[in-house]
Design a protein around this ligand. Structure first.
Ligand code: NAG
Ligand code: NAG
Ligand code: NAG
Ligand code: NAG
Ligand code: NAG
Ligand code: NAG
Ligand code: NAG
Ligand code: NAG
Length: 417
C-alpha cells in the first residue's frame, strides 16, 4: 500500500476510534443517576422466583447437534433466514444497553437481524438457552474485554433470557468493572469484565476512560486475573484499543519507566503476560478458555465498493465473495496465533474475524451512541463524521459468535460423557 494512503487510513482509524471509544463524564453521571433512581442498590433488574428448573435434567445432544469432525465452523457464508432469525427480539430484551438497540434508536431497516451463519461443511446446532443454562448449572461463564466483547455478553444474556419463561428468576447486577447476569434456579452466572487491554492499564475504570490517553502495564495482569480465577469458562478478547496509534506508551517492570512501544511488540508482550497467567493458574480439567479474534470494522466503503467515499452507514447487505478489511491487522492475528500456539493449556480460538468481515451492514452506524449519549438528529444526518462502524446492533452479528460458542460448548459437553 502506498505510504500516503496508509497514513490516511491510519489517521481516519484514529479519528473513528476516538469518537466511539471515548466515554466522558456524562456517562458516569448518567450511570449514577440510573443506579440511584430507577434501580435499588446494585440490582438493575430482577424477576420473581419459580421452581421449574431446580431438578437437573441430563442434556441430550442429538446427532444433528454435533459438529462433524474436521468441520471449520468459521468458514462459510451468511444465509438469508427471516423465518428463524432474529433469535430474540430487541424490544423483548431489557438487558440491552442503548448503544446496541438500533431499531429503537431509529434504524429504518431490520435486515441485519435476519442472517444466519452457515458453515461450509456442517450445520450449527440451533441455540437452546435451557441447554446452555443446564451446562452452566453451578458455573460461571465470563467474558473479558472491551465494549465489543460487552456486546457478546449482552447477546448471550438476551439469547438465554428469551429461552426461559418470564417468571423464572433472573437478575443483572453491576459491580464495576463487572456485570453479572444470574439465573437463580440454575445457579448459573454469565459475567462481563471490562479490561480493554486484558492486561492492566489506565483505561480500566468501567466508565471513566479515554482512548486518547493510553498507558498499559505489559507485565501486569494480577489485578484483573484475581477476579477471573474462579470462572469455569472464560472468553477473552482485546484488539481495538491497541490500534489507536502505531505506538503505545507502556511500562514493563518499573512503573516509572514509561516507553513508547511499537503496538505489535506491546501486544505480543501483553499476550505473553496473559499466557503465563493461563499456564500457571488455569486448571484445564475444570476450566475452559476461549480467545476471540478481532472484531472487524467497516470504516471505509472504498474497501468493498471501490470509488465510493462512505463508511458502513446505509449498508443493508453483507459483502459477498472474499473480503478482508485493512482494519483487521494480520500482524496482530499472527501474534495471537503464535502466542496461543505456545501455550501448554488448551485455549480454543473463536476466530470470528472473517465471518464478521462480511457484515458491513451489521454496525450501529448512526443509530448508536457517542460519548455515552444517543446521537442527535443533526449528528445523525452527518454519517461521515458520526457513524460508528465498530460496534454492532443487537440482535445481530454477535449472536452468531455465541451460536458458535454454544456449539463448541455442547460438543465438549458431549465429549465428556
Ligand atoms: C475521570 O478520570 C480522570 C483521571 O483519571 C479524573 O481526573 C476525573 O475527575 C474523572 N472523572 C470523573 C467524572 O470521575
Ligand atoms: C448515587 O449514589 C452514590 C453513592 O451510592 C453517590 O456517590 C452519587 O453521588 C449518587 N448520584 C446521584 C446522581 O445522586
Ligand atoms: C422473508 O423474506 C422473503 C424473501 O426476501 C420475503 O418475500 C418475505 O416477505 C419475508 N417475510 C417476512 C415475514 O418478512
Ligand atoms: C452456585 O455456583 C457457584 C459457582 O458459580 C458455586 O460456588 C456454588 O457452590 C453454587 N451453589 C450451590 C448451592 O450449588
Ligand atoms: C506517550 O506519552 C508522552 C508523554 O505523556 C506523550 O507526549 C506521547 O504522545 C505519548 N505517546 C503515545 C503513543 O501516546
Ligand atoms: C513496528 O511494527 C511494524 C509492523 O507493524 C514493523 O514493520 C516495524 O519493523 C516495527 N518497528 C520496530 C522498531 O519494531
Ligand atoms: C442509501 O442507499 C440507497 C440505495 O441503497 C440510496 O438510494 C440512498 O440515497 C442512500 N442514502 C444516503 C443518505 O446515502
Ligand atoms: C483466523 O482465521 C483466519 C482466516 O479467516 C486465519 O488467517 C487466521 O490465522 C486465524 N487466526 C487464528 C488465531 O487462528
Amino acid at each position: 500500500m502506498p505510504t500516503r494512503q496508509y497514513q490516511r487510513l491510519n489517521l481516519l482509524f484514529r479519528l473513528a476510534l476516538v469518537s466511539v471509544l471515548t466515554l466522558g463524564a456524562a456517562r458516569v453521571i448518567l450511570d449514577n443517576l440510573k443506579n440511584n433512581l430507577s434501580w435499588s442498590g446494585d440490582w438493575i433488574f430482577e424477576i420473581t422466583r419459580h421452581s421449574k428448573y431446580t431438578v437437573r435434567v441430563p442434556i441430550e445432544v442429538s446427532e444433528e447437534e454435533t459438529i462433524e469432525d474436521g468441520c471449520n465452523v468459521f468458514e462459510g457464508n451468511w444465509v438469508w433466514d427471516n423465518s428463524s432469525y432474529p433469535l430474540y427480539r430487541e424490544e423483548k430484551c431489557p438487558f440491552l444497553v442503548k448503544q446496541t438497540t438500533c431499531l429503537k434508536n431509529g434504524r429504518p431497516d431490520s435486515f441485519y437481524q435476519n442472517w444466519r451463519w452457515q458453515p461450509n461443511s456442517c450445520n450449527l446446532p440451533r441455540f437452546d438457552g435451557v441447554k446452555l443454562l443446564e451446562m452452566l448449572r453451578d458455573k460461571r461463564l465470563m467474558f473479558v474485554g472491551d465494549s465489543v466483547q460487552r456486546s457478546m455478553f449482552e447477546s448471550m444474556v438476551c439469547l438465554v433470557q428469551s429461552a426461559i419463561p418470564n417468571d423464572v428468576k433472573r437478575s443483572l447486577r453491576r459491580i464495576p468493572p463487572r456485570k453479572i447476569f444470574k439465573v437463580e434456579e440454575f445457579n448459573a452466572t454469565i459475567e462481563y469484565y471490562w479490561a480493554p487491554f486484558i492486561i492492566e492499564s489506565i483505561s480500566d475504570h468501567a466508565t471513566n476512560h479515554t482512548v486518547l490517553k493510553r498507558l498499559v502495564r505489559l507485565d501486569s495482569v494480577a489485578k484483573h486475573s484475581r477476579e477471573w480465577e474462579g470462572a469455569d469458562i472464560l472468553i477473552f478478547e482485546s484488539y481495538i484499543w491497541w490500534m489507536y496509534k502505531p505506538t503505545i506508551n507502556a511500562t514493563y517492570g518499573s512503573i516509572d519507566n514509561i516507553l513508547e512501544y511499537n503496538v505489535t511488540t506491546a501486544y505480543r508482550l501483553a499476550l505473553e503476560t496473559w499466557a503465563n497467567w493461563i499456564d500457571s493458574s488455569i486448571n484445564p480439567t475444570t476450566q475452559k478458555i476461549f480467545f476471540a479474534t478481532m472484531s472487524p470494522t467497516h470504516l471505509w466503503s472504498w474497501e468493498w465498493k471501490p470509488g465510493t467515499d462512505g463508511n458502513c452507514f446505509n449498508e443493508t447487505r453483507p459483502i459477498e465473495g472474499s473480503y478482508w478489511g485493512t482494519g483487521s491487522s494480520l500482524d496482530i492475528m499472527g501474534i495471537v496465533e503464535d502466542v496461543l500456539g505456545q501455550l501448554r493449556t488448551k485455549v480454543s480460538v473463536l476466530n470470528i474475524t472473517q465471518l464478521s468481515e462480511f457484515r458491513k451492514d451489521g454496525h450501529t452506524s448512526v443509530y448508536g451512541e457517542r460519548k455515552g449519549k444517543l446521537l442527535t438528529k443533526e449528528q445523525r444526518s452527518d454519517p461521515k463524521n458520526y457513524a460508528d462502524c465498530i460496534h454492532w446492533c443487537l440482535p445481530g452479528v454477535p449472536d452468531a459468535w455465541n451460536e458458535i460458542l454454544y456449539a463448541l460448548l455442547l460438543q465438549d459437553y458431549r465429549g465428556q460423557r
